[in-house]
Design a protein around this ligand. Structure first.
Ligand SMILES: Nc1ncnc2c1ncn2[C@@H]1O[C@H](COP(=O)(O)OP(=O)(O)OP(=O)(O)O)[C@@H](O)[C@H]1O
Ligand SMILES: [Mg+2]
Length: 263
């Protein structure tokens, strides 16, 4: 579903601040793969996602989604089939609009119909059902402005908005990092349910190494713009938190920080 061929990204090329953020990355995600991404600060995780969704320029290489070469596709076009979530719960929703209006906007993505036509009763029923599945009571607050929701409620809603039209690819960049541990767990289980129910090919960056091994079916380990490991199957099943930290320290000379260890 996603294929990267020899992808390289350099920031501030040919200046003293030159930084090779991604070095010749080759990566393949099969349809339905849920890949967790770990690596120390500055290892290129966010840049990888930025390159895939077209929000940063690449030096060279190719990007394929669903077999189609999208290397030169515009960012807003890619947004029609790539869902994205960030660490900041304030991103991705319009705070002054209600829950149902936000969902209406998300639902019209990629369709000709615009919000000005209004939200049909059938759509409202669908939104209500989808909100009820989140199991956090948002289905009874559909006329509430999104700005009044808590961070966790907003991330759950943003997740629903990113997936209400099933995307070909879902990119999650530390989307639970700004939440308290209990809320983060809740949003993670909602994430897992949505991804599984809709069989969405997903890349999820996390600093929580335990989460990286617990969720999804593959783990990508990045260090200084390189792929250090792409772990799956039995190797992944047998991978412990300490083993992966050791592997990282040995092969990168860098330390992988695990959020859980510092809470
Ligand atoms: N817009 C930019 N301009 C210049 N340098 C950048 C830019 N974006 C990222 N970089 C640099 O590229 C490298 C990779 O950054 P990136 O944001 O991908 O790291 P990351 O793995 O997501 O880190 P973190 O865990 O801190 O979010 C870093 O050295 C960073 O400073
Ligand atoms: Mg990042």
């Amino acid at each position: 579903m996603l294929r990267l061929e020899n992808l390289s990204v350099t920031f501030n090329a040919n200046t003293v601040n030159e930084r090779k953020a991604l070095k010749n990355i080759n990566l393949k995600l099969d349809s339905g793969d849920f890949v967790t991404v770990i690596g120390s600060n500055g290892s290129g995780k966010s840049t990888l996602m930025n390159a895939v969704c077209g929000s940063c320029n690449i030096d060279s290489g190719k990007i394929f989604v669903g077999g189609k070469n999208i290397t030169y596709a515009k960012e807003h076009r890619r947004a029609r089939y790539i869902g994205r979530l960030f660490q900041d719960p304030l991103k991705g929703t319009a705070p002054n609009m209600t829950i149902e209006e936000n969902l209406g906007l998300a639902y019209s993505r990629g369709k000709k119909r615009s919000l000005s036509i209004g939200i049909s009763n059938r759509d409202l029923k669908l939104f209500r059902e989808k909100l009820a599945e989140l199991d956090i009571g948002l289905e009874d607050r559909m006329k509430t402005p999104v700005g009044l929701l808590s961070g966790g409620q907003r991330q759950a809603l943003t997740l629903l908005m990113a997936t209400i039209v099933t995307p070909k690819l879902l990119l999650l960049d530390e989307h639970t990092a700004a939440l308290d541990p209990v809320t983060a767990d809740k949003v993670m289980s909602i994430t897992e349910k949505i991804v599984k129910d809709n069989n969405i090919t997903t890349l999820m960056i996390t600093h929580n190494v335990s989460n990286a091994l617990e969720y999804g079916n593959k783990t990508l380990v990045l260090s200084q713009g390189n792929i250090l490991a792409y772990i799956e199957g039995e190797e992944r099943a047998n991978m412990s938190l300490s083993k992966i930290m050791e592997l990282y320290a040995d092969s990168s000379g860098d330390t992988l920080t695990d959020k859980m260890l510092f809470q």
